[in-house]
Design a protein around this ligand. Structure first.
Ligand SMILES: [Zn+2]
Length: 282
């Protein structure tokens, strides 16, 4: 994904004015706000170093996220939920404008535009998800994985994604239900299946179901509970035990796809997915 292709798609996040390139900057033709282009990324936020690292485990995770191979391996071992890749069947072919919002450094596919608040490698646009630098009805598909629980107002972000999607554009959301508190850097919300559907009520539902099931729920809670108990109240020890216990118990996750198929698995689901379509223009 070359920065030039992204430059041609974006507009001013404040006023949706046309952006004019001037050296290493994009300047809004209307409100005159300017945005930097750095290392093939467009920076639409003016805040730097906003996130503070919290503890050993948090900074360890942040370090791993920037190495692709390490990230893939550690995701299988340390991801507290079963790494379900069923979303891949919904991916539109190349040539469509596809966004991954809250992407982190992971690329679903080379042509997909990665958007995040943080300046990870592989991110194309750094911006606030509440104010996407895209015109309404301009995007074919949006993915957001485990993003909404970390945002203050998930409905606002869903509405913003709805705005930029073309009529008949599609949205894939992954959102937690029964998961321990996991701030990156904050953690605000959990949603039942009804809650997930309500959040997406402007969309025509194509499919909504269990992404990670009861095994993922019980395993993660057990890992956190054991780490908390063995730490004797010392924060560093809690991080250490969580790492050890997660490493020792991760193969249990293999059972998740079986339990996910139970008709009542939504009662103890760790996370839900929603796949829906924008059916009208706005
Ligand atoms: Zn502007």
């Amino acid at each position: 994904m070359r920065v030039r292709r992204v430059e041609n798609l974006v507009v001013c996040p404040n006023c949706k004015g046309k952006l004019i390139k001037n050296g290493k900057q994009l300047i809004c033709n209307n409100c005159k706000d300017s945005f930097m282009i750095e290392d093939e990324k467009i920076l639409f936020t003016h805040q730097k170093g906003k996130f503070k690292k919290k503890g050993f485990f948090y900074s360890f995770k942040e370090k791993i996220k920037v190495n692709k191979l390490l990230f893939a391996i550690t995701n299988i071992i340390f991801s507290p939920i079963f790494p379900n890749i069923s979303y891949k069947k919904y991916l539109l072919p190349k040539g469509n404008t596809i966004l991954d919002i809250g992407s982190g450094p992971y690329k679903l596919r080379e042509d997909i535009i990665n958007i995040d608040m943080k300046n990870y490698p592989g991110v194309n646009i750094i911006c606030d998800a509440k104010r996407l630098p895209f015109n309404e009805n301009s995007v074919d598909q949006i993915f957001n994985f485990s993003l909404l629980e970390h945002t203050e107002d998930p409905q606002k972000i869903i509405d913003e994604m709805y705005r930029v999607l073309k009529p008949s554009g599609t949205l894939y959301t992954l959102i937690p239900f029964l998961q321990p508190y996991h701030p990156t850097p904050c953690d605000y919300w959990r949603f039942s299946k009804e809650g997930v559907i309500k959040l997406h009520s402007d969309f025509e539902k194509i499919k909504c179901g269990v992404y990670a099931g009861p095994i993922s729920t019980l395993l993660w809670i057990m890992q956190e509970f054991l780490a908390m108990t063995l730490s004797l109240g010392i924060p560093f020890l809690k991080d250490f035990w969580l790492l050890v216990i997660t490493f020792l118990t991760f193969p249990v996750k293999i059972l998740d796809p079986i339990f996910r198929l139970l008709p009542s698995s939504h009662i103890l689901a760790s996370a839900f997915y929603f796949y829906g379509k924008k059916t009208k223009g706005n």
